[in-house]
Design a protein around this ligand. Sequence first.
Ligand code: FE
Ligand code: FE
Ligand code: ZN
Length: 276
Amino acid sequence: MKIGCHLSASGGYLAMAQTAVSIGANVFQFFTRNPRGGAAKPIDKEDVAAFSRYAMENGIGPILAHAPYTLNAAGAEQRVRDFAEATMLDDLKRLSLTPGALYNFHPGSHVGQGAAAGIDLIASMLRRVFAAMGGEISTTVLLETMAGKGSEVGRDFGEIRAVIDAAGLPLGVCLDTCHVWDGGYDIAGRLDETLEEFDRTIGLDRLKAIHLNDSMNVCGARKDRHAKIGKGKIGLDALAAAINHPLLRDLPFYLETPCDLQGYKEEIALLKGLRK
Ligand code: FE
Ligand code: FE
Ligand code: ZN
């Protein structure tokens, strides 16, 4: 089973991998830079080399890099969109040092311009970023399914599909269990039906990663408040069913619950124990 959690990137790649192993994880997620800020720390190539060796020896991966929250390709202001484009391009260049990584980003918020305009802005940014990378993208770029808070794009599977169609690029999807639940998909009562709808609308071949979170709110609340595993409204039985579902079980699961390291270690042990 591929399972891990979000980790602090402050100590570098090797430190993250060692931390992952110390809590029973074999995958992990990290922010490419301060989630609310701008510039990234320069990459230490020796750290990357040491990490790559360690990851190989310990069966770590795929790693999932998360774009900063401030990246909004659908922003109304040119300045905001320029930051999104420059940041994603820089992130993908940095990730080319760790081939095979996944890169997850929030599609964006259309801030009143309407979903259709937001979708066009996101797709055109992605086309420019991919073009600037040439044929050299060793990273799989993932759109995250969103809760639909405010003017978030990606509030349902149809909006994710629309971005993929408009971009015409080999994009993947990261399904966040808290977000889809908050977005109105009853994964506790209707997981099979939800996955059928995902397959019809987007295609399960695009699904590359799961953010495994419980939710503090009821299905459809559009709130996006993550809860600890089994401590929220989705519940332990439903999350256990998700990690064992034949269509999901081989995917990597990344916890983003409100836990410290010890809490993550306990959640990972709990979920491994529920794995059939
Ligand atoms: Fe996210
Ligand atoms: Fe998430
Ligand atoms: Zn969230």
